[in-house]
Design a protein around this ligand. Structure first.
Ligand code: 9MR
Length: 655
């Protein structure tokens, strides 16, 4: 690939006021299918660090390249046409319409940092283009996302302050232009770091206000991790629980390549393989900041690959039998939790949406069929099982393989409509069978233009809550947002505040039954319903009337240490509590081995070279004093001594 040496780095400060006419953020594989809607930002950034800037007048095009080995695009400085000065970059000889000039971001930009890319481009005769984003995941698989689609103009097109960022898991990160067959010209290219802006530190923390009632959380996507102010809001207001917006869904976790390789190697086509590479940035953040995670979601008709249900694991294969799918489902759920807890033993996976959206609004199973066919509402699960009987299998397997402290939920939307009785009847039955703990109410609401014409009305929502609370099951609000009619933001945003107040008052009324309230995002511009401004904070990270409605006149409470923290391995310990060397007896040797493993882990730790070392199983058996944490400490050795001296009666922390 050309253009690998970047000798003209400019680390300066550009004092120009930049009107944020459009912004799009891009980092995430799961967004590939979706269009990123340009967002009008209200504010203007006034200072930005310029990372690189060129008008090509010096003839240097070395910062740009084509897109890979088969791309025949030639890059040169050209005086055919230009916006400023007389020279621009020319990309000629493009062999495919998805080939074109590219700029490699990860050569000169840092991960977890937001940048604005601005430039002008045009086709030789007609500008017919798409601005896209590309990266390779840790397996080397490239992912693409269209940032600005189907640009069509006979003139130069201005890309202004296109927001891009990437995580440290992403390599070969490019912004590039594709589309049409014409030669492409680029001029006035600038890459600047998005300035950090302060958030309102002096307002009440949503999390703290409800700390004595339930967890407050949100959903985030990997690109959010790159925005400092966004993450400051998460930390201050929503750090009681986090959900991955897309990265823990079946399409992100099921790995077709690894699954096919497994079949090749073993001949077994009932053991789908999983990978959490898409979720890693999210999970690393939760681990580092000790934030409990809602696992969303295992079994869903949507965002689930077709090949999972097909013979040969091929999208166009025949549907597999129900018997085979039960095996695949069991192994998938087993692999999901085994891999997750092995990678993140310290993360508190406290809740899981085992099955998502299985009932239609009137409480019927979905139509059978391939997802994506006919409005993407059909269910491949129903296709293979013939009905909704897959739900019970999913919960049974989840109960078997989920970590011990992980509560299991059925999660659905329009949960206040006719399907309510079906959901409740099903949940009660599964709860009696011991496989379901609670119900997740997504709560994607519509405040509409007036509080009175909202759907659902506050009253309707409250009545639904009353019914769910009466089940005695745990209830979580899992994806709360409330849209407005965006045509007159000032007016409707105030109505939205009132609506949120009514909804939150209703939730508080039933707070004895509700263990978490999770919003589906933080700032309007990053929402899946961005153009309808459904969240508590605006694009400038400022609290909206919606925030004040939620807070009401409540005061901040002390945030308790997380009561739900439980060991996430979920396994019963093997052997005898306190037995470090595995001889099923408690002796002074066990105390010594625990101390040795702390002092000299290379020799006596889990991978220790000594014949008698503290194996992983033994670590669990001696992790007595504070079993919620994974580490073995001197306190554990002391406790064993106390037991030997008969100062404590048992070493079983659960006794
Ligand atoms: O927020 C998610 C969005 O980025 C995806 O494009 C969309 C695709 O299905 O899924 C969104 O999350 C959904 C959640 O997983 C289930 N309930 C509805 C949410 C909003 O569509």
């Amino acid at each position: 690939m050309k253009g690998n040496h970047y000798r003209r780095l400019i680390a300066g400060v550009m004092g120009a006021a930049m009107a944020l006419s459009s912004a799009a953020s891009a980092v995430n594989a799961a967004f590939v299918a979706g269009e990123v809607s340009p967002v009008s930002a209200v504010g203007a950034a006034d200072t930005s660090a310029v990372i690189y800037s060129t008008d090509f007048e010096d003839g240097d095009v070395s910062y740009f390249c084509n897109r890979g080995e088969n791309d025949t695009t030639e890059l040169s400085a050209s005086t055919d046409m230009a916006v400023s000065g007389s020279t621009s970059l020319l990309a000629s000889g493009r062999s495919k319409d998805w080939n074109g000039p590219a700029f490699q971001l990860d050569k000169i930009c840092k991960p977890y940092t937001e940048y604005y890319v601005s430039f002008k481009f045009r086709g030789k005769y007609y500008t017919n283009g798409t601005v896209s984003f590309q990266y390779s995941d840790p397996d080397g698989t490239p992912h693409y996302q269209n940032l600005i689609k189907n640009i069509s103009t006979s003139d130069w097109y201005t890309v202004e302050n296109l927001k891009v960022s990437f995580t440290d898991e992403m390599k070969d990160v490019f912004v590039y232009i594709e589309g049409g067959q014409d030669d492409i010209y680029i001029d006035d290219f600038t890459l600047t770091e998005v300035p950090d802006v302060p958030i309102e530190e002096d307002i009440k923390s949503v999390r703290a206000v409800f700390a004595d009632k339930f967890k407050i959380g949100t959903a985030i996507t990997p690109d959010n991790l790159s925005s400092k102010p966004f993450m400051k809001l998460v930390e201050k207001h929503f750090s009681g629980s986090l959900t991955a917006g897309n990265e823990m869904k079946p399409d992100a976790v099921l790995n077709q390549k690894a699954t096919l390789a497994y079949v090749e190697e073993t001949g077994d086509d009932e053991n789908p393989q999983v990978s959490f590479s898409a979720a890693k940035p999210f999970l690393n953040y939760c681990q580092k900041n000790n934030i409990p995670v809602r696992v969303h979601t295992l079994v869903w008709h949507s965002q689930t690959p077709d090949w999972f249900f097909k013979e040969g694991y091929q999208d166009d294969g025949e549907w597999v039998s129900k018997e085979k799918m039960i095996k695949r489902m069991e192994n998938y759920i087993k692999n999901y939790f085994t891999e997750l807890t092995a990678l993140y033993p310290d993360v508190n996976f406290y809740a899981c949406d085992v099955v998502n959206e299985a009932w239609t609004n009137d409480g019927k199973p979905r139509d059978p069929g391939q997802q994506g066919s006919s409005g993407s509402e059909k269910s491949a699960w129903v296709q293979v099982f013939g009905d909704n009987s897959f739900i019970e299998y999913a919960f049974t397997f989840a109960r078997e393989y989920a970590p011990k402290g992980c509560k299991l939920y059925y999660n659905d939307y329009n949960e206040y409509m006719s399907k309510i009785d079906t959901i409740i009847a099903m949940a009660k039955e599964l709860n009696e069978k011991g496989v379901l703990d609670g119900i997740g109410l997504q709560s994607h609401l519509d405040a509409r233009d007036m509080a009175t014409s909202a759907f659902p009305t506050v009253d309707m929502y409250k009545k639904a809550l009353a019914k769910y609370a009466a089940t005695g099951l745990d209830i979580q609000i899992t994806e709360l947002d409330a849209t407005v009619d965006q045509n007159d933001p000032t007016k409707y945003i105030d109505y939205q505040g009132e609506y949120y107040k009514g909804i939150m008052d209703a939730i508080v009324e039933y707070s004895d039954s509700i263990s978490a309230v999770v919003f589906w995002g933080v700032t309007d511009d990053q929402s899946w319903r961005a153009n309808r401004l459904p969240l508590l904070f605006d694009a400038d990270y400022k609290a909206k009337p919606a925030y004040y409605g939620v807070i009401g006149d409540r005061e901040e409470q002390e945030i308790p240490t997380d009561p739900t923290t439980e060991p996430t391995t979920g396994e019963e310990i093997k052997g005898v509590w306190g037995d470090a060397d595995g001889d099923d007896e408690i002796k002074m040797n066990d105390v010594v081995l625990v101390m040795q493993s702390i002092a000299n882990p290379d020799t006596y730790g889990a991978d220790g070279t000594a014949e008698k070392h503290l194996t992983l199983d033994a670590q669990k058996r001696v992790n007595i004093v504070d079993p919620d944490t994974t580490g073995v400490t001197v306190q554990d050795a002391l406790q064993i001594q106390k037991f030997l001296l008969e100062i404590v009666p048992t070493l079983d922390p659960n006794a």
